[in-house]
Every structure is written in C-alpha cells, then in structure tokens.
Design a protein around this ligand. Sequence first.
Ligand SMILES: C[S@@+](CC[C@H](N)C(=O)[O-])C[C@H]1O[C@@H](n2cnc3c(N)ncnc32)[C@H](O)[C@@H]1O
Length: 484
Amino acid sequence: MTTIYDRMRYPSAAHVDTHPASLGALAQLCGLSPKRRAYRALEIGCGEGVNLIAMAMSAPESEFVGFDLAATAIDIARDTAARAGVRNVLFAAADLTAIGDRFGRFDYAVAHGVYAWTPPPVQDGLMALLGQKLAPGGLGMVSYNVRPGCHIRQVLRDELRFVTDAIADPDEKLAAARAFLEDRVKVWESEDPYRLAAANEAKAQLAKPTHVLFHDELGEIYAPQLFSDVVAHAARHGLAYVCDAHANLLEEAFFPGARTERARRWGGDDWLRLEQLSDFDDLRRFRRSIFTPAGAPIDRRFDPARLAGLVADADLARAAPDADRAHAHAFRTAAGGEIEIDDAALAGFLDRLIAATPRALALDDVARDADLAAGVARLFLGGAIVLRARPLDWTLTPGERPRASPLARALAAQGEEKVASLRGGMARLGDEGVRAFLMLLDGARTRDDIARDMAARMNVPLADAAQRTPSVLAHLARLGLMQA
Ligand SMILES: C[S@@+](CC[C@H](N)C(=O)[O-])C[C@H]1O[C@@H](n2cnc3c(N)ncnc32)[C@H](O)[C@@H]1O
C-alpha cells in the first residue's frame, strides 16, 4: 500500500525528549526504577528513522526497533543506519494495528507525532500496542496536539483544506496553500485580537518546512486531544500516566505554589485534573505524555534521594550579574536567557557543570544534600540544565584525526541541511562548505589531509583551508557533532 508519506517525505528529526535517558530520568524522579542500560526500545511510526538511529548510536549495548506504514520511509531509514554503521537498530514496514506478537516486548516505546494525526481505530491501536508491548516497569511516550491551544490551528486547516481540496498534485497543493496563507496574513492583520491570533498562526505555518506544512496542515486527519481523554484512553489499555516529557509540567507537583492553590478550586487534590487545568491556563498546544503499565508506584512528590544515579549537563556560561544585584551569581543559557542565583552552593554546582562540559556530572553527592538537590531540581524544571539517566558521549576537543558522528555524516551525504547532534536534537550545518567538511571527518584523515581535501574541493589556497580548519572543527564540536 502506498501512503501519502510515501508520496511526500516527512522531515525526520532527532527529538531528545523521546530518548530513554530523558524519559528514564523523569520517571525516576516520579518514584519509578527505569532501566538505564541494556534496554529494548521501540519507535512506532518512526518515519525515516533519524530519531531512532540517533538513540541507538548513543546506547550501543541496547536494542532498537522502529516501524512505519510508509515503506519508502523505512527504506530510507535502513539506508541511513547502514551508512552510519549503526547495527543495533532494526527497521520494518508495518501497520501498527497489525503487529501482533512481532518484535517482542520493550522497556521503552515512543510514538511521536502519530496519535493526533490518525483516525480513531489507529489511535486505539496505538494505545493497545503500547499496553501490550511495554514490559513491566516499561515507559511509553505518546506525543499529540492538545486542546484548547490547537483550536486556533483548526481555523487555518478548515480554510486551507477548503481552498486546496480540488488540487491533486502535491506540489501545486502546497504552492496554493502558501499563497493562501500569505493572503490570510494580510487579511487578518488588524487590531482585533481574534483575527490577530489567526494571522500569527498563519505566519507560523508559513515558517514551517514545506513538507511539514503539507502533512500537518493539509493532511486529512487532525485530531487535537484533551489531555484527560488521552489519559483515560491509556487507562483502558492498562496504562497509567507518569508525567510529561517536558519537565516544567512537574514543577507544581514537586514544589506546589500559588498556581496549584488556585487550581485546587476546580481540580481538588487530583493531580491529573490539575494538569488538565494547567492546559486550560496555558492554552497548551502539545503534549508528550509518558505512561507505564498500571500499578507502578508513581509518586510525584520531590525526593532528593531520587537524583542518585542520574547525571546533569548544561549549555551555560558565567555572566556578569546586574549592577544592583552584585552579590548574585549570573549565568547565560545557550538560548540567550539569563539566570541569577543567590545560593553560593548552587552556583558552585553550575560552575562544576560548566567546567566538566562536555562530560556530564553524576548527581550522587547532590542527592545527599536536600537543599542543593531542590535547587538542582528547580533548575532542571526551569530548563536551565538537563538531567538524564545516562550521559551523552561527545567531545568539544576533536583530535588530530577528527571523527564526526557517523549519523551526521550520513545525513550530510544525503544532502540534509540539518543533522542529528550527539547533544540531542538537530544541528543546522549552515552552508555547502561546512557540509563538505563534515563529510571528511571519518577519523582516518588528519587535519592536514582535511585541509588539502577542502582546498581542492572549494578551490581555495591550501593555506586558507588550513587556517580555517580549527575554527570549523570547533564550530562543529559546539554543535555536538564530534565524537573524537
Ligand atoms: C507526522 S509523521 C511523524 C513521523 C515521526 N514519528 C516524526 O515525529 O517525525 C506520522 C507517521 O506515522 C506513520 N503512520 C501513520 N499511520 C500508521 C500506522 N497505521 N502504522 C504505522 N505507522 C503509521 C506515518 O507513515 C508517518 O510516518
């Protein structure tokens, strides 16, 4: 069977919050004991497989299985894994509603961007599969669009589908959709807040990669969910909700504050109702819900001891504090944000984290210091640092024979503009020269060999290529693309 995903590709990307090391850290903080190593992980609807191959590369002793209905996507996934030399991953073309006993059971299972884009029987099949495939203590993550935030997107979808309905050719359909969206932005730019919200949504759609626009906005099915309905659906298949993969949704569970107090009026003491109410507060649009087989000892109170066995890493630098807060310790995040900390012990922890980069810091000592542990947890929930169940492996100081991630090189060789980073997520290469440079970093060539190859390839003097080599290597290392 040929699917729409066979006719038009869906860009495949690594999503760090689906990684067993990330899911495991959150589950451990919620009182569970997930496997940190030698696990089996499944990706349902894995598309072209970049997410799964990136995970498999970072956990070579573990076993990964991915399947998708689109056979073309699976062929690409297999080819990428083979080119990258990643052998602990198996791909199959299969329908999630007809898996039966195939593949065995798993400690982790992920379905990213599938649930809210499929009809009810497939949605039900997905939850049933999760219920059936998770081993005791296993963790399953399902991401989906949620209401109320996704209602506004429905306005655009209705209109886009109406105006492009009669066009069969995918490229023509896309061109018409983009032209219509541009028109919407003009029509809706006004003082009226409702129109303005729709105009902003149209702008956001225009900024998307065209293939994503095609599938996400013009596709037949779009079914944003209520969080509480998904949790109830999962429960019918023997699954209990643990938490969201986006750590900040746990903040009020770990450290209840004014927001929880206010929401108790409608939610009582039921955490699941309080989370639903937080979606209403934030007009949330997307969730990444983590489930586990029912009966697990889920406990969302913060316990410092649960940091033991986890590691932390961060992309931070020291900064100068504001003049009127000279006693504070200031740090800058990679995204340009600033954090100010009064607590010297917590600031000292961040200094150690920065000094250790790219190595992660084990949190066993922190787990024995209740105040420090609470500070570290708050930084994690606020997005300033990352906690994982095992460290990632990459280097900031490439050696004499630099070796880049084989997955990044394979993707670059396929002409991709964005490649999977060893730090998690995707890295944009920038230009053709950087892509060509990356493809040379196979661990066999010396820095001199690389400069010679680049000089010939880019038709520049050898001295110029040799001078640029260290800075391009440093750039690729910062992007998390270097292994050695
Ligand atoms: C929006 S894409 C998401 C792909 C990928 N998980 C990602 O996040 O980039 C949805 C994927 O679900 C797959 N899919 C849809 N129905 C399926 C089914 N019944 N069985 C297996 N895969 C399915 C599609 O082929 C497509 O690759």
